[in-house]
Design a protein around this ligand. Structure first.
Ligand code: NAI
Length: 482
């Protein structure tokens, strides 16, 4: 065990501040802390080498230190170039027992404002485990699927014996990945194949990453089993909804400090994230318009009291535009060209392709100006400008600090339980994509009730028999939708 692990963060002197915020967060994360106590002796993750690719925030620091308390070794990168909180990254690198002069924490590769090259280098560093049999992890904890993607792409290239030329890539980011893989193929020809051979599985945090996993499962290309953490009820119906209800307005406020009350705001997508976003803007007094492609979600929005419209019909009258679809090309150049002067445009979905930033940059004569990091005006030749947040990347983590601790305690309790399941009971999970059983979902919720002073009613045996459920749960059928 090295007292000086390898890592790369912005500024180790921020570790003291980071540690104080981690300590405050621990109190607000009762689910994670109770799992720490429950498994303190059993240490079910002893022997696990976990590579994490997930926003390096204060809440993630509590997750990382929980995994370590359960016996795991951990290497970490952020899953977005703007989402790292540098004081949290510093505190994790220094560790609870170290000092900036003598860091003793875990290898973390993350800072706020990475380039795309740096981002993928950090992902590679988190996946590279010097001095281990395969040179890699045996578990992945992913958010959006980038660590999983790099391993899978690497294996395909090694099988083909070549990497496609970067100039054939569909995007700048794809070209960066191909250049990285060309380098690893030259340096260590079987790096990813070898590394993948020992990976027992991945636990995936978000909607977009889960889509990728099911796609690979359908195509038969998935290399190891996966647990879909997103679709635990205590994840997507809480983090995606109540988390965004908190952090969307936080991001808009910190970025612009514009008064939201009275403005017209458009939310594209009325899934779990969109529902939280719409509620938070309405709570601030905005008039909210929703766009949807799914008639069920559109009807939900209408019955919740929102106008449901097409973007092109309202684009020149609204003040704030937020994408929450997990889809691409939702706000396009033709829309941005028609927006009001100083309209605010932001994305809270996982990837940056919801808003056509490349198209915006290609508008003849357009001028981009930085107001402050992650806040830019784009001025058209007629003098009108729009304000784009976090360059089209998820604004709640780019312009603010993401979701608060209490809701992340639910998500990360699911993550921790999923890591234990896949690592300790690997034989029970052939290659495929799984969700956690309902009794564990209910357990995560239970762990958070006391802290809110909530007292649960207990079923009598007669009542339980009458509705056909066990007294101790699970209380709902698999198809119940909450
Ligand atoms: P979801 O699938 O519940 O909702 C997305 C909605 O967008 C669906 O109802 C879909 O019908 C709609 N949609 C798709 N294409 C559309 C289009 N062209 N126009 C209008 N609506 C469209 O997914 P969820 O869980 O709400 O996640 C959305 C995105 O947010 C994903 O990328 C997810 O990974 C990400 N996410 C981000 C978080 C954050 O903190 N920023 C937290 C959780 C999820």
């Amino acid at each position: 065990e090295s007292a000086h692990p390898d890592f790369k963060v912005a500024d180790l002197s921020l570790a003291g501040f980071g540690r104080k915020e981690i300590t405050l967060a621990e109190h607000e994360m009762p689910g994670l802390m109770s799992i720490r106590r429950e498994y303190a002796e059993a240490r079910p993750l002893a022997g696990a080498r976990i590579t994490g690719s997930l926003h390096m925030t204060v809440q993630t620091a509590v997750l990382i230190e929980t995994l370590v308390a359960l016996g795991a070794e951990v290497r970490w990168a952020s899953c977005n170039i703007f989402s790292t909180q540098d004081h949290a990254a510093a505190a994790v690198a220094v560790g609870p027992d170290g000092t900036p002069e003598d860091p003793r924490g875990i290898p973390v590769f993350a800072w706020k404002g990475e380039t795309l090259e740096e981002y993928w280098w950090c992902t590679e560093q988190a996946l590279t485990w010097p001095g281990t049999p395969t040179g890699g992890p045996n578990m992945i904890l992913d958010d959006g699927g980038d660590a999983t993607l790099l391993v899978h792409k690497g294996v395909v290239c090694e099988k083909d014996g070549e990497v496609p030329a970067p100039d054939t890539a569909g995007s700048e980011e794809e070209a960066v990945i191909l250049r990285l893989l060309a380098r690893t193929l030259a340096e260590t020809p079987q790096k990813w194949t070898q590394l993948a051979s020992e990976i027992r599985g991945v636990t995936e945090e978000t909607t977009t990453g889960v889509h990728r996993l099911y796609e690979m499962q359908r195509e038969g290309t998935l290399l190891f089993p996966a647990i879909n953490v997103n679709d635990s009820v205590t994840k997507s119906k809480f983090d995606n909804k109540y988390g965004c209800r908190h952090s969307l307005v936080d991001g808009i406020n910190r970025a612009t400090d514009v008064l939201i009350g009275g403005k017209v705001a458009v939310i594209c997508g009325y899934g779990d994230v969109g529902k939280g976003c719409a509620e938070s803007l309405r709570g601030q007094g905005a008039r909210v318009i929703v766009t949807e492609i799914d008639p069920i979600c559109a009807l939900q929005a209408a019955m919740d009291g929102y106008q449901v419209a097409r973007l092109e019909d309202v684009v020149d009258t609204a003040d704030i535009f937020i994408t929450a679809t997990g889809n691409k090309d939702v706000i396009r150049t033709e829309h941005m060209l028609r927006m009001k002067h100083q309209a605010i445009v932001g994305n809270i979905g996982h990837f940056d392709n919801e808003i056509d930033m490349a198209g915006l940059a290609a508008v003849p004569g357009v001028v981009k100006d930085e107001v402050k990091p992650q806040v830019h005006t784009w001025t058209f030749t007629d003098g009108r400008s729009i304000i784009v947040l976090s360059e089209g990347r998820l604004l709640n983590l780019g312009n603010a600090t993401g979701h608060p601790s209490f809701v992340m305690s639910n998500s990360f309790a699911n993550q921790t339980i999923a890591q234990i399941e896949l690592f300790a009971k690997n034989d029970e999970y052939p290659i495929g994509v799984y969700t956690l059983p309902k009794h564990l979902d209910e357990k995560v919720a239970r762990l958070h009730l006391d802290a809110l002073g909530a007292r649960l009613t207990e079923l009598s045996p007669e009542q339980a028999a009458y509705i056909g459920v066990p007294v101790q749960g699970p209380y709902k059928s698999e198809h119940y939708r909450y």
